[in-house]
Structures are given as structure tokens and as C-alpha cells.
Design a protein around this ligand. Structure first.
Ligand code: ACO
Length: 325
């Protein structure tokens, strides 16, 4: 018995911060950010907006579209590194907001690859017969962890949440294959000390630079391209699928140049690559489910299509899922 995504949802903070807004307090320009990353704006949480509420809103949309109630779920699995609490887990926080008591709810920490990991974990449980209906969420708020004086990282990240309802189902549709990879020795290319201090843009609180996201962008760029190309080829091979038969790649939206370089190396034409980074920036684990939800809404995905999800992020972690929609 395999698993299939039957509905998706997304939710964004109410505040959009454009590159021009950033120009007002940072030595940067709309031109630089657009040309080096493809980002035009990002949504950032305010101090009165808990990320868990955003994740619950995305989940409610996905559940409604699936025609299911929270009480129908067997598990909630969340890809996130942005929980406001070390414990309870983010999964438990969302569970309470949804009112889906007593089912297992837990987190998978794989930074930007969080949704890819969480989806793979959900699928494995469903194949084992443990769960029949699972809510898989990707939610992050990396804007609250940046040093706003560090223009090399602060301009990249936005906040958000995306959710997918997965049901176990026999037949040819659903998740065909997943591959997960990690390389802890590259931890220092992208890291964040766990201090619990958050700093939304609307407060005076500023993070100590030592406790903000640290990133070696150019090195990360090269590994991200290489690893996402490799894992995309490998997951297709594993599923015995020709890469050319993939209808749409919905990848992690970290940088327009990374997305395009991966597509080029895979020999995929632009129309087979979904890009929405211009409006959201890098929303970490939320980026793939937000993009997937938009792709579905825009009619870019049809029943029977082969859809590839891929991502790379802190850890380092990377991975891909191949789906027959
Ligand atoms: N505004 C204006 N100038 C800037 C900015 C900015 N926001 N940031 C950096 N610069 C300047 C630098 O100071 C540097 O100037 P200098 O040569 O005078 O020192 C110049 O621009 C070039 O800087 P680089 O860091 O070499 O720029 P690069 O072309 O590598 O782009 C970037 C930087 C966008 C971070 C790129 O390396 C990147 O995207 N890397 C991947 C990072 C990433 O995606 N991280 C997300 C998590 S991991 C993942 O999701 C895959």
C-alpha cells in the first residue's frame, strides 16, 4: 500500500517586506537581490503571530480540500527548525490548535529539506501499515533568526507554512520513491545556535550576531546545485523513471540561480520547473509545500503527472521525492 497527496494548503504572515523596504535600513538594493537571488519580497512574522497558528491555518485549508476533519488523522509530522518551544514539539502545538488529540504528532529537523524528509517518513509509516491518513507540514520562520545587519543572509529568508494531506492508497498514483541524504561534516556552511531568542522585524529585540544564522553562501551554492542534481537523478533511477518524463519539478526555493542551474544540469526545460521565489524568498521547510500548493492552484499539475520535489539545506541535508499525481 502506497501513499498519495490528496490536498495541499499554505499560509503566509500578513506582512510583506519588499527589497525596497530593506533598502531603507540595510546597504543593499532591489537590483542586487533580484539579480543574485530572484527574490522581490518575502513575508515576515510579526511578534503577535505564532508560527504554529500559520501552520494550523495551512493545515485547515488542506484538510478542508481533502474533505477530512482533524479527528480523521492518524498522525501529524512536521518539517521545521523554528519551533518556539524546545518541547512540546511543533507537531504537538499544531495538534492542539487543530483539536486532533492523542494521535502521534512530531517534528523532523532537516532545515530546508524538512518537508521532503517528513513526507518520506510519512510514506514509510504508511507502507508499513501504521497510518492511513497523515498531515505533513513544512513550516519555518528563519526571518526571526537572521542578523539584520548581515546583508549576505538577511535578504534571503521569509516565513510561511505549507501542508499536505496524505492517504494510503493502492494503485499507480502517489509517492513512487524518496531519497534522503545528509552530510554533517558540512554543518558550518549553514547553522544557527539554539538560543530560543527570536527577533521579529517589528520589535526592538535584535539577536546577538553569534546567535544568528551563519552561512557560507558561495560554498553552499555549489554543493546545493550538485547535491540536488545528484539526488534527483538517483530518485528517478530508483523509481525506474526517465527524467525526461517528469512533468514538473517543484523544488526548494533558495535561489533562482540554484533552481535554474539544477534544471539545466538535469536537462529540464524552464516550463517544467516551478518557481515562485520572487514573492516568498527562502521559506526553508515551507518552501516546497507552498510551491506545491501554488502549482496545483495554478493548474500546473494534472492527474497522472510525474512530479519531482527536491531540496537542500542546513545539516547539510538534501533529498527528493518522486510522485505520480
Ligand atoms: N546586497 C548588496 N550586496 C551584497 C549583498 C546584499 N544583500 N550580499 C552580499 N553582497 C555583496 C558582497 O558583500 C560581495 O561584495 P564584495 O565582493 O565587495 O565583498 C558581493 O556582493 C558578492 O558576494 P557573494 O557572497 O560572493 O555573492 P554571491 O553571488 O555568492 O551571492 C548568495 C550570495 C546569494 C548568498 C549566494 O551565494 C547563494 O544564494 N548561496 C546559497 C545560499 C542559500 O541558498 N542559502 C539558503 C539555505 S541553503 C539552501 O537552501 C540551498
Amino acid at each position: 500500500m502506497g501513499s498519495r497527496i490528496i490536498a495541499t494548503g499554505r499560509a503566509l504572515p500578513r506582512t510583506a517586506v519588499t527589497n525596497r523596504d530593506l533598502e531603507r535600513f540595510m546597504e543593499t538594493s532591489d537590483d542586487w537581490i533580484r539579480s543574485r537571488t530572484g527574490i522581490g519580497q518575502r513575508y515576515t512574522l510579526r511578534s503577535d503571530e505564532p508560527l504554529a497558528q500559520l501552520a494550523a491555518a495551512a493545515s485547515r485549508t488542506a484538510l478542508e480540500r481533502a474533505g477530512l476533519k482533524p479527528s480523521d488523522l492518524d498522525a501529524i509530522i512536521v518539517g521545521t527548525v523554528s519551533s518556539e518551544f524546545a518541547f512540546p514539539s511543533f507537531g504537538c502545538q499544531v495538534q492542539t490548535l487543530l483539536g486532533a488529540d492523542s494521535i502521534p504528532a512530531y517534528d523532523v529537523a532537516a532545515a530546508c529539506s524538512g518537508f521532503i524528509y517528513a513526507l518520506s517518513v510519512a510514506d514509510a509509516h504508511m507502507r508499513a501499515g501504521d497510518f492511513a491518513k497523515v498531515l505533513v507540514i513544512g513550516a519555518d520562520a528563519l526571518s526571526t533568526f537572521v542578523d539584520w545587519n548581515d546583508r549576505r543572509t538577511a535578504v534571503l529568508f521569509g516565513d510561511g507554512a505549507g501542508a499536505a494531506v496524505i492517504v494510503s492508497e493502492p494503485g499507480p498514483r502517489g509517492l513512487l520513491s524518496s531519497l534522503l541524504r545528509s552530510s554533517g561534516r558540512h554543518w558550518d556552511l549553514l547553522s544557527l545556535r539554539a538560543t530560543g531568542v527570536r527577533a521579529t522585524l517589528d520589535t526592538e529585540i535584535r539577536r546577538n550576531p553569534d546567535d544568528a544564522i551563519k552561512m557560507k553562501g558561495p560554498e553552499l551554492f555549489k554543493i546545493a546545485v550538485k547535491s540536488m542534481e545528484e539526488v534527483s537523478r538517483q530518485v528517478a533511477e530508483r523509481a525506474r523513471i526517465n527524467l525526461g518524463d517528469v512533468s514538473l519539478v517543484v523544488g526548494h526555493q533558495a535561489n533562482m540561480r540554484i533552481i535554474k542551474a539544477v534544471a539545466e544540469r538535469l536537462g529540464l526545460p524552464p516550463e517544467k520547473v516551478f518557481i515562485n521565489i520572487e514573492r516568498y524568498g527562502n521559506t526553508s521547510a515551507a518552501s516546497v509545500p507552498i510551491a506545491l500548493d501554488e502549482a496545483v492552484e495554478l493548474g500546473r499539475i494534472h492527474d497522472g503527472d510525474l512530479v519531482m520535489l527536491n531540496a537542500c539545506g542546513g545539516g547539510l541535508t538534501w533529498g527528493a521525492n518522486l510522485l505520480r499525481w
